[in-house]
Write a protein that binds this ligand. Sequence first.
Ligand code: SF4
Length: 370
Amino acid sequence: MTPEKIRPRPIDGYPPQYPPMPRRSIEPFEQVRDNYLSMHDGSSPPAASWQRAPLVTRPAELLALLELDPALEALDYERLRGFPLRVPHGFVARMRKGDPQDPLFLQVWPAIAEGVDTPGFASDAVGDLASLKSGGLIHKYQGRALVITTGACAVNCRYCFRRHFPYNDSLASRGNWRETLAQIEADRSIEEVILSGGDPLSLADDKLSSFVSALERIPHVRRLRLHTRTAVVLPERVDEALLGWLGRTRLQKVVVLHVNHANEIDAAVESAIIRLRSAGSTLLNQSVLLRNVNDSSGVLAALSERLFACGVLPYYLHLLDRVQGAGHFEVNENKAVKMMGELAAMLPGYLVPRLARELPGAPAKTLLPW
Ligand code: SF4
């Protein structure tokens, strides 16, 4: 599909009825990495260590590494290849061996429950396609615009709300940012640009720094926000090249990490967070409330404490975006509200994230009272 064929989708009648579990057209992380490596003929700097990081992509390999029952069932091959297993070895090392209920394992394991079509769940859970402009720009909220920079991620999170997103139809995710920048320049209301994806830190630093340099030349853009899970699952991504352009930009920087459980933060992640802060970034975290992963006030309290010990403020706790294939992760809203009350009784207010849901067409995230 060419970008011109992307039409805003009317909100009436939402959620749209898509065929179940279509294949996602993405630029795989391995492909981004391999393309980058193939560009290196010895005349340019060698690939960074994060670009050589080994990934686990076969269910049998993950089970063997974790000493789990090799008979544990995974999604069948045909469905799995639309959104394959992908997890860096370093993240696997933070999982408990021999425990099929490990909260990090459950986030990446392609369970057969993903094959169940859940009523009320859709391919485009948050109405991205209705707000998608050519150039890969998603402009939902006043003053902020989000750029889909890439479809690649270092990890495939099984609850991902963009797991069916047509990344290949987005100009920005194909590396052509001219139209994206022209739209931002033409709209003086845009003061903050959010790089998302996929994960923007899947991109090489020369691409990111040239895009950010171009943003800096637009006077009304004041803030740059990066949404990333790569900095958590692959902390070696926060290297000198990244810190160099991040530290130099005139834009105010906000890095929103995506951590769902305290066990995700080991010493390497803590060090990456410290480096991001030293480059002048404000660090926030958003989590997704996931059944059997973090659906207890004790687990959430431990997460908030761990984040703050690293200098990160818990920002949002999202109710699951109702994307097809992720129904088994959903936590009942009443339970979520009850847990928030418990959490507030355990922690100072600044460590209690806002419980939020993203509703298609709404002018902001919808905060849930508790
Ligand atoms: S890192 Fe983010 S965009 Fe990528 S699969 Fe996970 S949730 Fe989705």
